[in-house]
Design a protein around this ligand. Structure first.
Ligand code: HEM
Ligand SMILES: [Cu+2]
Length: 557
């Protein structure tokens, strides 16, 4: 064997190992982060296909494509998979990749726990989806799984879709609790020298606030799921109204977690906006300290608002008024953030690369999601549109148009760091515009048609609503197509994209101070932090290296 073929062999072995480590129990937070992102993206695609079947059914008023019980199963699993297997864990994956790099640590505090938390995700997800194969069919009670519907078992099978649903929620909950402990310990204990609290990037602040909130509230949901499982399988009566149980107690326990969960999802998305917008405006983040503190403000307020999901559940009026006011309060810290992003963009020179397009698009759409949310917080309005498509339109403006878009922004922004290669800018822009147009076409019609009274969770509806539904369905198919250039771009760029420099965006932040991709222990030597974050005014960040032609093209100055 000649010398060169021997080294080739060795290189290909290393490459193979690099490829294989993503399929093993690996404890490197960067591998785990990418495992999370890829796995959850597959679940996103599956839930997306379910939503296109839903929209296919809704393109005409009668129930003709799928029968009613399958329709129930489809929206239940679409919602459950999107929330518990896409939005929440994909952001955990992103944070897993980024947090140790951003705070200058070698890894997460508990690498093994981290790997276990990840592997529970595919286990829980496959368990959940396998329920479609059961003779009794999948769960049908919606992602809330309210009793008494969820404890009925008309099929008579000892294990039905609902049992599987509950087991999988418990597994996924355990994974999230493990993740929460890990993030808190890592951020509180493992920061590099000089990384004071007020030098942490906003993304770190938002993950800290979100994970604190999650640890505090998630046990309520996991407890409720266990109690419901006992009612369903062992005949206890925690929630069964016919035997003295209290179904409204379930709603309290469910929303005590699931309202804050909205912020567990949206806070890291706000973190992404706060990283991307300064980098592409070359401005320091306006009001950094207020934005950092506002993250905690949002977490804190969100603990005291869960009853706004129960305005129509027989809640007494005095309580509805209290929760209406607490709900409105959250407009203050979120307003601080929107104001800070706007002020950062104000009078700056915008560089509209793909991550920035997704970030700006996400902020604009969040304004619609936020305003419709405040509207729903008003008791009288909520009672009017309760259980209509207005609610569905509102939360999709938040979960898709804001958070999913933030995730796309993040994937493009940190893609060069994660893979060592650049993505293709033209295809990225095509992905953005198809998504932006498709998402508005899908979700905007849900607002007026909901105001007109079209109720949710039905497979056939009054023909007067047909017009808006055709638009929404066309939008959904466009949105489905939009993911094709995204996937093609990532796969092709991963394989043959041009080599990425260590800091392609000339961004601040420790993750850009190491190689792309970073070595196993992240940094050659642990860095010492001396600067405030977002120091884009300083000479080393204020201009782009004019000897680097690629960078000039990217930044246009
Ligand atoms: C691909 C784009 C999407 C389309 C076309 C879509 C469409 C739909 C439709 C038609 C429903 C049924 C509404 C009802 O009858 O109440 C629904 C429900 C739901 N969607 Fe989506 N959706 C999409 C993306 C998402 C995302 C990204 C999330 C969250 C991360 C999400 C979360 C939910 C939830 C929680 C429900 C409620 C399920 C239930 O009623 O139990 N969706 N969606
Ligand atoms: Cu809420």
């Amino acid at each position: 064997m000649t010398h060169s073929s021997a080294t080739n062999l060795k290189e290909s072995q290393i490459k193979q190992q690099a490829w294989k480590r993503y399929f093993t129990f690996n404890t490197d937070h960067k591998v785990i982060g990418i495992q999370y992102l890829v796995t959850t993206f597959i679940f996103f695609l599956i839930a997306g296909i379910l939503s296109m079947i839903l929209r296919g059914e809704l393109i005409t008023p009668p129930s003709d494509l799928v029968d009613r019980s399958l329709y129930n199963g489809l929206f239940t699993l679409h919602g459950t998979v999107m929330i518990f297997l896409w939005i929440i864990p994909s952001l955990v994956g992103l944070a897993n990749y980024l947090i140790p790099l951003m705070i200058g640590a070698k890894d997460m505090a508990f690498p093994k726990l981290n790997a276990i938390a990840f592997w529970l995700i595919p286990i829980g997800g496959i368990l959940l989806l396998s329920s479609f194969l059961l003779p009794s069919g999948s769960a049908q009670a919606g992602w809330w799984s309210y009793p008494p519907v969820s404890i009925q078992n008309p099929t008579g099978y000892p294990i039905n879709g609902q049992t599987i649903w509950l087991l999988s929620i418990i597994v996924l909950g355990i994974s999230s609790i493990m993740g929460g402990v890990n993030f808190l310990t890592t951020i509180l204990r493992m920061r590099a020298p000089g990384m004071h609290f007020f030098r942490m990037p906003i993304f770190v602040w938002t993950v800290l606030s979100a994970q604190l909130l999650q640890l505090f509230c998630l046990p309520a949901l996991t407890g409720a799921a266990i109690m419901l499982l006992f009612d369903l399988s062992f005949g206890t009566n925690f929630f069964n109204p016919t035997s003295g149980g209290d179904p409204v107690l379930y709603q309290h326990l469910f929303w005590f977690y699931s309202h804050p969960a909205v912020y567990v999802m949206v806070l890291p998305a706000f973190g992404v906006f706060s990283e991307v917008i300064p980098a592409f405006t070359r401005n320091p983040l306006f009001g950094y300290k207020s934005v950092a503190v506002a993250s905690f403000g949002i977490s804190l307020v969100s603990i005291f608002v869960w009853v706004h999901h129960m305005f129509a559940s027989g809640t007494p009026s005095w309580m509805r008024i209290l929760f209406m006011f607490s709900t409105m309060l959250v407009a203050i810290p979120t307003g601080v953030k929107v104001f800070a992003w706007t002020a950062t963009v104000w009078r700056s020179k915008l560089h509209l690369d793909t991550p920035m397009l997704f970030a700006l698009g996400g902020v604009v759409m969040f304004i619609i999601g936020g305003i419709t949310g405040v509207m729903l917080g008003a008791v009288a309005f909520d009672l009017h549109v309760n259980n209509t498509y207005f609610v569905v339109g509102h939360f999709h403006y938040v979960v898709y148009n804001t958070i999913t878009m933030a995730l796309f922004a993040a994937i493009y922004f940190w893609f060069p760091k994660m893979t060592g290669r650049m993505y293709h800018e033209g295809w990225g822009k095509i992905h953005f515009w198809l998504t932006f147009i498709g998402a508005n076409l899908t979700f905007f019609p849900m607002l007026p048609v909901g105001l007109q009274g079209m109720v949710r969770r039905i497979s056939s509806y009054d023909p007067q609503y047909a017009g808006w539904n055709i638009l929404a369905s066309l939008g959904a198919f466009l949105l489905g197509m939009a993911t094709l250039p995204f996937m093609a771009n990532l796969v092709v760029s991963c394989l043959i994209g041009i080599q990425a420099p260590n800091n392609p965006w000339y961004a601040t932040g420790l993750e850009w101070a190491t190689t792309s991709p970073p070595p196993t222990e992240n940094f050659e030597t642990i860095p010492t932090v001396t600067l405030a974050p977002y120091s884009y005014g300083l000479p080393q960040y204020s201009t782009v290296d004019t000897t680097d032609e690629e960078a000039i093209k990217r930044h246009g100055n």
